[in-house]
Design a protein. Structure first.
Length: 364
């Protein structure tokens, strides 16, 4: 099996959300709104959800068995999740970080934490599945560079600027409510760039050695990141696809794909149905098919080169009907790439070599 590096999953946010829902249930609180993919099952409310082994899309046993060279574990603190826990977003981010540390430590026979690409190779060679902590949304830090430094001390080595909403650093794309259906959807925001704190975070991340993740940031904000960061700084999009194939605002236009490539960065193919196929954008169809994933790979290869493609599954953050279920079946994608005409060398680049190169260059 080819080694795997996956730049994004939401498993730790899921585990923490289940802990909060369980605690609230014991208090008789059952009316708190929960993001769909984070809603606990009856069994999870009764028996808990842990990283060692579970029925969700990712656990430590499957990471080890599936030859993972690194799984990036995304920490995301939203206002809703923090409110459900009765704390502010910063406290909640620290709680997720602690949960992640506890779960990783409890499975030291299978997985080990790392903070550099060199460590990844070493830990992987020793027979463990390396894991790396990342931040999906910097909202909880409130534009405070000292809090970013605290997260660095806690092992964070990749950080995104926004999630789907405006924060102290900048803007996601616009959430718009359909006046007929009442449903919310994202529309492109090409006007609102980074805020002053966002520009400060670009410089701070460069100085600290934190890789900048532009997934979820709006177009104007991404242009500001490119204009502010040094040309020699690799920038990544941990879980975004090609907008030309699927015109979802979360996907990237050709100019951004090329800029990432020119900087030696990577774009991680997202397995969420809404970012893969135009017919699935409205959530009425939730099919995540390998042929769509490989189509995005082929497109990005033609636009920006094979050396800029990686994996960003978004496992446990999606509700898609995926052709393969979770990290335990990830190598079905390897077979899908072979059928789509990718060479063994190209498959290795997408599965781990491209991302490992960036991690080693920036993190050591």
């Amino acid at each position: 099996m080819v080694p795997v590096i996956d730049m994004h999953c939401d498993t730790m946010a899921l585990i923490r959300n289940v802990e909060v829902q369980t605690a609230n249930l014991k208090k008789g609180v059952t009316d708190r709104p929960v993001i769909g993919c984070f809603k606990a099952t009856e069994d999870e409310l009764k028996n808990g959800l842990h990283f060692r082994e579970n029925s969700r899309m990712m656990d430590a046993k499957r990471l080890k068995a599936s030859n993972y060279m690194c799984q990036c574990l995304g920490l995301c603190s939203s206002k809703q999740s923090a409110s459900n826990a009765g704390v502010d977003p910063w406290e909640y981010l620290l709680m997720i970080s602690d949960t992640c540390d506890e779960e990783v430590a409890a499975n030291a026979d299978l997985i080990r934490p790392v903070t550099t690409g060199t460590q990844m190779e070493k830990v992987f060679a020793e027979g463990y599945a390396p894991v790396l902590k990342t931040i999906e949304d910097s909202m909880a830090m409130g534009g405070d560079v000292e809090k970013l430094a605290e997260m660095y001390r806690r092992g964070i080595r990749v950080a995104g600027f926004t999630w789907n909403f405006e924060n102290d650093l900048g803007f996601g794309h616009k959430y718009v409510t359909d006046p007929v259906t009442g449903k919310k959807h994202l529309e492109l925001d090409t006007e609102n760039g980074l805020k002053p704190a966002g520009f400060e975070f670009v410089k701070a991340m460069e100085d600290m050695g934190i890789i900048m993740d532009i997934s979820h940031l709006n177009d104007a904000g991404i242009r500001d990141v490119f204009a502010t960061a040094k040309k020699s700084t690799p920038i990544i999009a941990t879980h975004s696809n090609a907008r030309a194939l699927c015109p979802h605002p979360r996907n990237l236009p050709d100019e951004f794909l090329r800029e990432i490539a020119e900087r030696g960065g990577v774009t991680g193919i997202n397995f969420c149905h809404a970012f893969l196929n135009k017919a699935c954008m409205n959530d009425e169809q939730k099919f995540s098919r390998m042929e769509d994933m490989t189509a995005h790979m082929k497109y990005i290869k033609n636009v920006a080169g094979i050396d800029t493609i990686g994996l960003g599954s978004d496992f446990d953050g999606i509700t898609s009907d995926v052709d393969f279920y979770g990290c335990g079946e990830i190598h079905m994608l390897e077979e899908g790439m072979e059928k789509a005409g990718f060479t063994e060398d190209e498959i290795e680049k997408v599965f781990y070599r491209n991302v490992l190169r960036v991690f080693k260059e920036v993190l050591g």
